[in-house]
Design a protein around this ligand. Structure first.
Ligand code: DOR
Ligand code: ZN
Length: 346
């Protein structure tokens, strides 16, 4: 008998859609499987003001395929000159769901991010008061800190102090990659949530570096040791309710990945749900996939879960889709390098 799994339609609580030709090409892959997604604001130039967010939301809506059922949840890119009143007003009118903190220099298009956290303390306080979540790219950028330690150091030196001096601030630790982050989340109380990507549940740093350098596995935060991946799988599949899916699906063209200084980012949107079903099945936790992908995220953000459903079926190994053609060049789709026996059928 064919094994099937039906869950509430999932959401993606961390997604890069880009703009222009790239947006047009990648949006259908997300809209097919996900009802809502938190849209990252790291465009060039970034989505900084409420007016920027409204214009970007309209471009996303215009790029949706006919008949798609997909709602973009917009974010603002926090800068040292962000006006707390603009943020609060944009949230109050329903235009903006969250604010994104990039430490300056931490990742793709983060140059306008925050250098001195004290400068944005008034924004944090206004957000705590209004109940606006802060989505955090949690890596320090000091050159002397090893790239594999940047998340753990950030928690201790930056994140914990922000939370201590801003009681009530709701924080999402995005794309966590370490056992340290898992432990901090578990002890963090009800104002603290975290997302985990599909790829960080499936690859460790060996995938990037053993047998040749594999740029399509390179992202930020970079994948860590196997013991960290195992901690992420344990957390995601445990039923813990403040952790949820954020794919961080981040398309870059093949040319921008396969070069001497390749961009960080993994394009996983088209295969995420089959991959996750495989991860959860391997962990003996298929019954907990719905909580991770469809229930915990809306609960943290104070929204209702989606009414619709998604059905997956187990069968022959999934074929990884051919590179996605975009007006900017092909984009390679995430290949976890092991059989994935699930596919989305409805
Ligand atoms: O791998 C990543 N890609 N990590 C990020 O934080 C940014 C993203 C991107 O925008 O390409
Ligand atoms: Zn991201």
């Amino acid at each position: 008998m064919t094994q099937t799994l039906t869950l509430r339609r999932p959401d993606d609580w961390h997604l890069h859609l880009r703009d222009g030709a790239m947006l047009k090409a990648v949006l259908p892959d997300t809209a097919r499987d996900f009802a809502r997604a938190i849209i990252m604001p790291n465009l060039v130039p970034p989505v900084v003001t409420a007016a920027d967010a409204a214009a970007y939301r309209d471009r996303i809506r215009a790029a949706l395929p006919e008949g798609a059922d997909f709602t973009p949840l917009m974010t603002l890119y926090l800068t040292e000159t962000t006006d707390p009143a603009d943020v609060v007003a944009a949230h109050a009118e329903g235009l903006v769901t969250a604010v994104k903190l990039y430490p300056a220099g931490a990742t793709t298009n983060s140059d306008s991010g925050v250098r001195d956290m004290r400068k944005v303390q008034p924004v944090f306080e206004a957000m705590a008061e209004a109940g606006i979540p802060l989505c955090v790219h949690g890596e320090v950028t000091r050159p002397e800190i090893d790239i594999f330690d940047r998340e753990a150091v950030f928690i201790e030196e930056v994140l914990d102090p922000i939370r201590t001096r801003t009681p009530g601030l709701r924080v999402v630790m995005e794309h966590i990659t370490t056992a340290d982050a898992c432990a901090y989340l578990r002890d963090g109380g009800e104002t603290l949530g975290a997302t985990i990507t599909t790829h960080h549940l499936m690859i460790n740093r060996n995938h990037i570096l053993v047998g040749g350098i594999r740029p399509h596995y390179y992202c930020l935060p970079v994948a860590k040791r196997e013991r960290h991946r195992e901690a992420l799988v344990d957390l995601a599949t445990s039923g813990f309710d403040r952790v949820f899916l954020g794919t961080d699906s981040a398309p870059h063209t093949q040319a921008n990945k396969e070069t001497a200084c390749g961009c960080a980012g993994i394009y996983s949107a088209p295969v995420t749900m089959p991959c996750l079903a495989q991860v959860f099945e391997d962990a003996g936790a298929l019954d907990r996939l719905e909580a991770f992908a469809s229930l915990n995220g809306p609960a943290f953000y104070g929204m209702a879960p989606n009414a619709g459903t998604m059905t997956l079926e187990k069968g022959e190994p999934l074929e990884i889709p051919a590179p996605l053609a975009t007006g900017d060049g092909p984009v390679i789709v995430f290949d976890p390098g092991r059989p994935v026996l699930w596919r989305v059928v409805g």
